[in-house]
Design a protein around this ligand. Structure first.
Ligand SMILES: [Zn+2]
Length: 124
């Protein structure tokens, strides 16, 4: 559902939160952590196999995957506010923009994990 809704670019993006949610639910039912973890991973492995999902390589999972190797793209605008970058600042125009960007990325990640966890718990 989150994949179809565009909340994540890959089914693999939900793997961590789903393993956590399933394992957590099994532990609350009395399973030991090791057994619950193995069961959660088995359940997800079956799901990924059924949809023929192919795990990406480590490099494919990095944010710069779409930039070919050995090509540097010089940024001229701030990644946060899109203002011009001062000399010596490669990505953000100020410490405020850098901190703000980091905070919003963190919030977005936490929100996605909470949504995925809630969805997984409903499925169990
Ligand atoms: Zn900025």
């Amino acid at each position: 559902m989150a994949f179809d809704a565009g909340a994540t670019a890959s089914l693999w993006g939900l793997e961590g939160p789903l393993v956590h949610a399933i394992r957590s639910d099994l532990c609350l039912q009395g399973w030991g952590w090791v057994g619950a973890d193995a069961m959660a991973r088995d359940v997800l492995a079956d799901v990924f196999r059924k949809v023929n999902a192919v795990r990406p390589t480590w490099r494919e999972g990095q944010p710069d995957w779409t930039i070919p190797t050995n090509i540097l793209i010089e940024r001229t605008r701030c990644a946060r506010c899109h203002g011009p970058l001062p000399e010596g600042r490669p990505k953000f125009c100020s410490d405020l923009c850098k901190a703000s960007h980091s905070s919003s990325q963190h919030s977005a990640r936490e929100t996605k994990e909470r949504v995925a966890t809630a969805m997984a718990v409903q499925l169990i």
